[in-house]
Design a protein around this ligand. Structure first.
Ligand SMILES: [Zn+2]
Length: 140
């Protein structure tokens, strides 16, 4: 028991420093986000509660994240961080919403490409990636 009490504060400290918690401001989701959430649930066939989502925003075109530079990022279980320049991008916001629905960070073809088309190459941008980044939230 004494060992556990000694170890706990260290574990908490490591947990705090290793988790991704950028300096961001809370974002009250615009009403559009609820429509995007419903569209993302519909294309994926998944269910989830919009009210559980927490949004925050970082000023700028992108931000530093564990995989490099990001324009958006989902953090388990329900936090979505957005670069301010992409806070109104349906693709970026819905891509992160889809992570919240599937509950992990990978990009399985179904539903990311087939079904929802929520990747740069399957969105209606003709495959163009306007960010110049390899991807918005991962290094592939
Ligand atoms: Zn992603």
């Amino acid at each position: 028991m004494r060992l556990l009490l000694r170890a706990l504060p260290i574990a908490l400290l490591v947990g705090c420093t290793s988790s991704f918690a950028p300096d961001s401001a809370p974002l009250t989701p615009p009403s559009q986000y609820l429509q995007w959430w419903q569209a993302t649930k519909a294309c994926s066939g998944l269910t989830g509660e919009f009210s559980r989502l927490r949004f925050s925003v970082i000023e700028g075109r992108d931000f530093e994240c564990p995989s490099g530079r990001c324009v958006g990022r989902w953090e388990p279980a329900s936090t979505i961080i957005l670069a301010s320049a992409y806070a109104h991008s349906e693709l970026v916001v819905r891509h992160e919403m889809l992570h919240a629905l599937i509950g992990h960070s990978g990009h399985p073809d179904i539903p990311f490409r087939q079904g929802c088309g929520l990747t740069w190459d399957t969105w209606n941008t003709g495959g163009a990636n306007p960010t110049g980044l390899p991807a918005f939230d991962h290094p592939d």
